[in-house]
Ligand binder design. Structure first.
Ligand code: CA
Length: 236
C-alpha cells in the first residue's frame, strides 16, 4: 500500500481526465500519467469532458483551453457553477488563453503553457492532488498557524478569528493557494485586483503590510526581494 507522505506515491491509482483535442498530445499525456500510476481517461472536446466528469468524478482534470465546441474555460465555469471544485490543470497554447484562464476564479487551479514536458504535467498534477487533499471538502487552506476557509471567507490564527478586508482576504488566499511559488507584484495585481484595476504595484506592498500587521508573528508571507511574495510550502 502506498504511503501517504511519499511524493512519489501521491495520486497513485487516482483517476485523471485528460481533455485535449490534439491526439498526439493527448496520447503522450495519457502514456506518462499511466506510467506514473494514475488511472487515466481522455476525451477530445468540452461536451464529452463535462459528461465524463459528471459520470466518473475524476480526482483531477487536465484541461486544454482551446477545444472545439465548449472551450476549456467554459468547461471550468460550468463545473464551478455546479459546485464541482475538482482541481484543474489548464493547458494553454497562446497568451490570450493565459489571460482567459487568469480571469477565472481559479482557486487552487494551475496552468501550464504549451509546449510542455509531460513529466512536468505529471508533477503539476501531483501538486494539484496534494493541494485538494490538504484543503479537503470544506476548502480550508493552512499555512503554519493560519487556517483560511475559502468558502466561508474566514481566517483564523489558531483559534482566534482575524478580521480582514475583502482584498486582504483575497491576497492571502491567493498566496496560500499557491504554496512554494513566488508570485510577482504584477501577477498579484492581475490575479487579485484584476486587469481593469488602475492600482500600482505599490498597492500590493501596502496590503501585504496591513496583512502582516493583522497577522503579526503568524504571517506566512515571505518577501522575495526584487521579485514578489511567497507563502512557503508546508514542510512534511
Ligand atoms: Ca487544442
Amino acid at each position: 500500500m502506498p504511503s501517504a507522505d511519499s511524493a512519489r506515491d501521491i495520486g497513485y491509482g487516482q483517476s485523471i481526465l485528460v481533455v485535449e483535442d490534439e491526439p498526439a498530445i493527448r496520447d503522450v499525456l495519457v502514456l506518462y500519467l499511466e506510467r506514473a500510476g494514475f488511472s487515466v481517461d481522455s476525451v477530445g472536446d468540452g461536451r464529452l469532458a463535462l459528461d465524463a466528469i459528471r459520470r466518473k468524478a475524476p480526482a483531477a482534470i487536465i484541461l486544454d483551453v482551446g477545444l472545439p465546441g465548449i472551450d476549456g474555460t467554459e468547461v471550468c465555469r460550468a463545473l464551478r457553477a455546479e459546485g464541482n471544485w475538482t482541481p484543474i490543470l489548464f493547458c494553454t497554447a497562446r497568451d490570450d488563453e493565459v489571460d482567459r484562464v487568469l480571469g477565472l476564479e481559479r482557486g487552487g487551479d494551475d496552468y501550464i503553457t504549451k509546449p510542455f514536458s509531460p513529466r512536468e504535467v505529471v508533477a503539476r498534477v501531483r501538486v494539484a492532488l496534494r493541494h485538494s487533499q490538504v484543503s479537503s471538502a470544506s476548502d480550508v487552506l493552512r499555512a503554519q498557524e493560519i487556517s483560511l476557509d475559502r468558502t466561508a471567507r474566514r481566517v483564523f490564527v489558531q483559534d482566534t478569528e482575524i478580521d480582514l478586508t475583502a482584498t486582504e482576504f483575497d491576497l492571502l488566499a491567493h498566496l496560500m493557494a499557491h504554496p512554494g511559488r513566488v508570485v510577482s507584484r504584477d501577477q498579484l495585481l492581475v490575479d487579485v485586483w484584476g486587469y481593469a484595476s488602475a492600482v500600482s504595484t505599490r498597492t500590493v506592498d501596502v496590503h501585504v503590510a496591513q496583512l502582516r500587521h493583522k497577522l503579526q508573528d503568524a504571517s506566512p508571507i515571505r518577501t522575495v526581494r526584487g521579485v514578489g511574495y511567497s507563502v512557503d510550502r508546508e514542510s512534511r
